[in-house]
Design a protein around this ligand. Structure first.
Ligand SMILES: C=C(OP(=O)(O)O)C(=O)O
Ligand SMILES: [Mg+2]
Length: 401
């Protein structure tokens, strides 16, 4: 019943106004799945390759579609994803493009769920999923590659760790987002928003810490549960590999100073989450920082691991980080993303399912987080392409109870 009978690919708009790949998968019994590829701006060097959408679509039509239509079953995700790898024939999806691959992979999963009449998270995770929900990490202030003339640190993320429900957590993040706007206005700081909907004021990182800290305490008192916050430093974007230093607007830090700086921030602000505090090639520095504060906070590898099990194995061997960011388009298929999540969980690394800065209305990652019992999901706080995922989590929780 889930034999794939048609795969259609098209260019659609992403949230930055750039083209991206959307895939439709149709099955023998009329099952239908549609999914779209997201796109990064602060991409890791070791990510699978995103090709220009029209090239990715042409290559996938020629090489991948014939291996799927009449050949593969949408309900058999490993078979679909193996066909995508075979069609591509490279290690990094540079032939058909990770954007075509991930759109087809996710659309096939949705078609498989459609035939079963089950929600996607249940098709992917089984009948016993849907009891636990991830804590949403909400981006409220940001800069780096996501906004010009704003903070050096890419993302200041709210983490409502004490929220009694996913709905309370989602609304708490949105309230912190609007409270940050009030505090910025009080300080006469004008600002627009960055790519992920976070405020992008022209302030330095230390002022951003003050404001986010204050906003979090105000909202915490209002809602009556514990709210923490964290960061995506996007260290590789700050790192100057020739000089061996992290370049901030006001100063440089060498690797030891960067480790000390982050460790101090963890202690001072009780940070619950720190993503990519160091360069994507520096497993040793990640290991040193994990040694120092890994018992107090999550040290998450995004550009470090790029959802890749080989890189995660290296990290596990060397004690680098204690958490991994999972972005399906960094690796190209749901099977590869699942393998990374399972390897992480088996080794005590918390998987954090994540959006990209360029997004669409696609909600697959909300289901992936529930399907894998991931403790966190990073998918912004406001903005239609972000609330698509957050509202889907609320719907899943509502349907499951
Ligand atoms: C979501 C992120 O940004 P991008 O999609 O630009 O890599 C990130 O760095 O975690
Ligand atoms: Mg990141």
């Amino acid at each position: 019943m889930t034999l794939i009978t048609d795969v259609r690919l098209r260019r659609i708009l992403d949230s930055r106004g750039n083209p991206t790949v959307e895939a439709d998968v149709v099955t023998e019994s009329g099952g239908f799945g549609r999914a779209a590829a997201p796109s990064g701006a602060s991409t890791g060097e070791y990510e699978a390759v995103e090709r220009p959408p029209s090239e990715a679509i042409a290559a996938a039509r020629e090489d991948a579609v014939p291996r799927l239509v009449g050949e593969a079953y949408a309900g058999n995700q490993r078979e679909v994803d193996a066909a995508l790898h075979a069609a591509d024939g490279t290690d990094d999806f540079s032939e058909i493009g990770a954007n075509s691959a991930v759109a087809i992979s996710m659309a096939a999963a949705k078609a498989g769920a459609d035939v079963l009449g089950a929600p996607l998270f249940q098709h992917l995770g089984g009948a016993f999923r849907g009891q636990n929900f991830p804590i949403p990490l909400g981006n409220v202030v940001g800069g780096g590659e996501h906004a010009a003339d704003a903070t050096d640190i890419q993302e200041f993320l709210v983490a409502p760790v004490g929220a009694p429900s996913v709905e309370d957590a989602v609304f708490a993040n949105a309230t912190v987002h609007s409270t940050v706007a009030d505090l910025l206005e009080e300080r006469d700081v004008p600002c627009g928003k960055g790519d992920e909907g976070a405020w992008a004021p022209s302030i330095d990182d230390s002022e951003a810490f003050e404001i986010v800290d204050e906003a979090v305490s105000i909202v915490q008192d209002e809602v009556g549960f514990n709210i923490g916050f964290g960061l995506d430093v996007a260290g590789a974007e700050l790192y100057d590999s020739d000089a061996g230093t992290y370049e901030y607007s006001d100063r440089s830090r060498d690797t030891d100073e960067q480790i000390e700086y982050i460790a101090e921030l963890v202690r001072e602000y009780d940070l619950v989450y720190v993503e990519d505090p160091l360069d994507e090639d520096d497993y040793d520095a990640f290991a040193d920082l994990t040694d120092e504060v890994g018992d107090q906070t999550l040290i998450c590898g995004d550009d470090l691991f790029v959802t890749n099990t080989d890189r995660l194995v290296e990290g596990i061997d060397r004690g680098a980080a204690n958490s991994i960011l999972i972005k399906p388009n960094q690796i190209g298929t749901l099977t590869d993303a699942f393998d990374a999540i399972e390897l992480a969980a088996q080794n005590g690394y918390d998987p954090v399912i994540s959006h990209r800065s360029g997004e669409t209305e696609d909600t697959t990652i909300a289901h992936l987080a529930v399907a894998t019992d991931a403790p966190f999901i990073k998918t912004g706080a406001v903005g239609g392409e972000r609330t698509a995922k957050l509202n889907e989590l609320i719907r899943i929780a509502d349907d499951a109870t």
